[in-house]
Design a protein around this ligand. Sequence first.
Ligand SMILES: Nc1ncnc2c1ncn2[C@@H]1O[C@H](COP(=O)(O)OP(=O)(O)OP(=O)(O)O)[C@@H](O)[C@H]1O
Length: 207
Amino acid sequence: MNMTLPPLVIFGPSGVGKGTLINRLMREFPDAFGFSVSHTTRAPRPGERDGKEYHFTTPDNFKNLISDRAFIEHAQFSGNFYGTSFQAVKDVAATGKRCILDIDAQGVQQVKQTPLQPVVVFISPPSITALSQRLRGRATDSEEAIQRRLATARREIEYARQPGIFDYVIVNDDLDRAYHKFKSIANGEMDARGDQMPLLHDWNHDL
Ligand SMILES: Nc1ncnc2c1ncn2[C@@H]1O[C@H](COP(=O)(O)OP(=O)(O)OP(=O)(O)O)[C@@H](O)[C@H]1O
């Protein structure tokens, strides 16, 4: 059934719970969903295999792929290129799985310009205060990194608020409730429903 479903694009601010929702979906339906293998120009870390964790490539080759329009979306982070190729998404579809793309707002913009017709899901925090608490609760970042993530979050949310960006929004308030909605959208159920975009007007609270 999933062979006919277009790629599922998930985006939302860092710390909102995208990974948590996707991991749960993958655990419940290990055969139904898959991730595409991205290209990168960064060096492989010990244990990483070419074609498994990433397609490792040189900056020159990466630039050639860009000119050949091989990428659905690509971006540069800390001096390295990263990209998702059309071929990588096709490779997932060829296994009979629905491809999940967890990308940022800039990537969403790029994917929406391709003929893939992805289903785009924005994962929203119930409030900015909750988002900042989750980032702190995860305890993976310094205070400076958290402030940077919150600034980026603001841009992601502002992008998502523009008309016509997402097909569904899911407010990740109660995890079980949010997952239930996420699962029905991911499975392409006819009666799947998203949430309303929340106001998120608590930016200026003490975060
Ligand atoms: N509904 C929820 N209620 C409370 N806490 C949650 C909920 N969903 C996720 N969390 C917690 O919030 C933190 C951030 O979640 P997660 O790492 O999945 O976010 P993310 O959107 O994938 O972030 P990043 O983009 O940085 O990878 C984790 O500690 C997770 O356990």
